[in-house]
Ligand binder design. Sequence first.
Ligand SMILES: *Cc1c(COP(=O)(O)O)cnc(C)c1O
Length: 431
Amino acid sequence: MSAHSISSKLYKNACEIIPGGVNSPVRAFRNVDGEPFFVRAAKGCRIWDVDDNELIDYVGTWGPAILGHAPIPVIEAVSEAAKRGVSFGTPNPFEIEMARLIVEWVPSVEKVRMVNSGTEATMSAIRLARGFTGRDKVIKFEGCYHGHVDSLLVAAGSGALTHGEPDSAGIPRSFAAETITLPFNDPESVEKAFMADGDDIAAVILEPIPANAGLFFPRDGYLEFLRDITQRHGALLIFDEVMTGFRVAKGGVQQLYGISPDLTALGKVIGGGLPVGAFGGRAEIMNQLAPDGPVYQAGTLSGNPLALAAGLAQLHEMEKQRGWQRLEEIGSAFESGVRDAMAQAGSDFTFHRVGSMFCLFFTGEEVFDLESAKVAANGGSFKKFFQYCLENGVFLAPSPYETGFISMAHAQEDIDRSVQVIGEAFAEIRG
Ligand SMILES: *Cc1c(COP(=O)(O)O)cnc(C)c1O
């Protein structure tokens, strides 16, 4: 058993002055009845905690670390930029370079604005959709996470036309009432919602590959269906590609599936580990933003030179190394190892992967929406599984509802070691 005494002490100190000891709830390890560890340093695919435990990391700072931790091109770009000033509050050339890259890489984006987080990106995209259409209601899907935006923190409610109850205290019912929450992969419920409220629906927002309730996929034709029905009713289609953008492919899910949303939210990988988000789409819609149009949106640090230097360096390095092809190779090696281990352990697992994103479900049943993901997220098995992996040097996300991330820094030997530990963990939970 590895030692955690320094982490434990820091966690106690943190809890006295930071709510729950953390600055984002999932870091608290509550889903696995554990305590978070404090990180001393991270490099490549490895993390070292303050007690000097070494871990192979599949959390990747929750998505951004696609090259691995502390990649040299990103460190150099940030250092160079910092020497010239850390923030200006007036336009800088990085902003044009980043905007041009996004417009070139992300098929549906004609104009783009930078923000500081994924939450800001989805929040602003929703406001813009409402401003553009002059409508108030938004359709979202159960299990899709779009940051902690008031009107999007609604996932509860079964039944086709449930008008939302907020998921969090502090959100007025009246806000949540503007959100229609539907099951994913269920075209009929969307048709009914448009039949009932079609003239009031400003937008449909979704993670085109949902990755915040485990990881599952749109069924054949589902994204095409959403594209078509929104178009017919004059509502906007918003792809939240904060997690999938620059991750599953250079141009995100919209490139993989060949679907053109009206607006796209971006984050995570785009910032190279610094706080960056972006939202963009058709010029006609984006032109409604202030100062050109009536939809107000702003940010003191938006387009920050350090953050954009980091993001640009990461994205250019990915392109230079043909990163997405490489990640498919590493991901596929990881998958075949895990599948072998699953076969040896018995059959009650399901493994989902797209490129460098993966999720293991503790069920043999199909997972295609929040309900089926919940059934699969068998808390008891997961906790044991997670703890065994952590104690043996493999850091998976501390919740059965999170997606794992492979980086460019995961070498074959790291994959082999991880697969071996995962195999042992399967044996462990079977007892
Ligand atoms: C992480 C995430 C967000 C929120 O981004 P933050 O930078 O944490 O605010 C929004 N949407 C999706 C799909 C995400 O995965």
